[in-house]
Design a binder for this molecule. Structure first.
Ligand SMILES: [Zn+2]
Ligand SMILES: [Zn+2]
Ligand SMILES: [Zn+2]
Length: 372
């Protein structure tokens, strides 16, 4: 996995170690200054909070062709001290000299050679190898939906980190509603498999009024699911480092009962007239992306099998509640048509709060830099 994407970069070891740390729940900072002098750096500082404790581990990643020696291990320990860190791991796929091992033991730092590193990487592979029943592939249009979607100057938005991809379980419960011997309706209700929440519903035939449907998930039924391992992701979304599979937390029996209750409630039918025929578990890819424009951040969540937007903070004007048209290139607010102005000189998009004007009669809108 990581080795495929990084083998041709110079930071092969650094990237691999970062992957390992992230999968194990650490926050990763790269190339961190160790002290105030400005010339001592630590390659990676990984930190993770468990309860009230913050665990911090520093990594030195050697990318060179020879073994790391004792002097280098010592140097690393000194940088750790100046950064006030107590645990450190020196990673060198080419291994360590004898005195390096001796010094590491003496000063209490851990050494990872290629075997050790591989062992760690193998550990984080399970999400990819694991057989996930009924897993839907990620749609190729997801990348364009995440970035620059629906705004005139959407390219001002930047991803703050790699989008997160989660394969989340959903139950699709097929139901039939009869009246005596006559079939009245047939459809499906979709439940979140983690918390049992009702997410969507659809009718295949007949009529049933208040069936709660968001339309966000039902169309997933039309996609061929993959039976093997994790489906391939579009190459634009190199999210291999951030893929997780959420475990189902609800039993099929309770989904069955819940489906019966919902249909009963909405139709007023006798329980004997309602049957739940089939319950299918599907893992649907959900992508969460954090975007930023001039210091303002926006979150987007997509049902990534058919690229439907579940949540999008860039869709509502920051100054009123209307649908947005553009991002202000001075303050980063997303604004609607009424709150958008164009700088008459440089054509930058501005919000009504950031625009200035020039002239008395024909007030022409200008951005701050064009007014100077
Ligand atoms: Zn507005
Ligand atoms: Zn503005
Ligand atoms: Zn301008």
């Amino acid at each position: 996995m990581a080795s495929q994407t990084s083998s041709n970069s110079n930071n092969f070891v650094l990237d691999m170690v970062s992957d390992v740390c992230r999968v194990e729940g650490f926050n990763v900072e790269k190339n961190v200054q160790a002290d105030d002098s400005g010339d001592h750096f630590v390659d990676i500082i990984a930190s993770r909070t468990t309860g009230k404790k913050i665990q911090k581990v520093a990594f030195e990643c050697w990318e060179g062709d020879r073994q790391v020696n004792g002097r280098e291990v010592e140097g690393f320990v000194n940088r750790l001290k100046s950064a006030g860190l107590s645990s450190g791991i020196y990673v060198s796929p080419k291994g360590f000299t004898g005195d390096a091992e001796f010094i590491a033991r003496k000063l209490g730092v851990e050494l990872w050679d290629l075997a050790k590193l591989k062992e760690r990487v193998e550990k984080i592979k399970p999400p990819e190898q694991q057989k996930v029943p009924g897993t839907l592939p990620v749609s190729r249009t997801v990348a364009s939906r995440i970035l620059a979607y629906g705004l005139e100057n959407g390219s001002v938005l930047r991803l703050t980190s790699m989008p997160k991809l989660e394969f989340r379980p959903y139950f699709f419960a097929d139901f039939t509603l009869n009246h005596g011997k006559k079939r009245k309706a047939k459809g499906v209700i979709v439940f979140d498999g983690v918390d049992g929440r009702e997410c969507d519903a659809g009718l295949f035939e007949g009529e049933l009024k208040n069936l709660p449907g968001s339309g966000l998930f039902v169309d997933c039924l039309e996609i061929e699911s993959s039976t093997g391992s994790m489906p391939h992701l579009p190459p634009e979304l190199e999210m291999k480092n951030t893929v997780t599979v959420a475990p189902a937390g609800v039993a099929e029996d309770s989904i069955r009962a819940h489906t019966g209750e919902i249909i009963g409630r909405e139709s007023g039918a006798h329980p004997d007239d309602i049957s739940v025929s089939d319950i299918k578990l599907l893992h649907i890819p959900i992508v969460t992306a954090e975007l930023v424009a001039l210091g303002r951040s926006y979150r987007k969540i997509l049902q990534a099998a058919t690229s439907k937007v579940i949540w999008d903070e860039t869709r509502k004007c920051n100054l009123c509640d209307k649908a947005t048209q553009a991002i202000c290139e001075e303050c980063g607010k997303v604004v609607c048509h009424e709150h958008t102005r164009l700088c008459s000189s440089c054509r930058k998009h501005l919000c009504t709060e950031c625009v200035t004007t020039k002239g008395v009669i024909n007030k022409s809108p200008l951005c701050h830099s064009c007014k100077k």
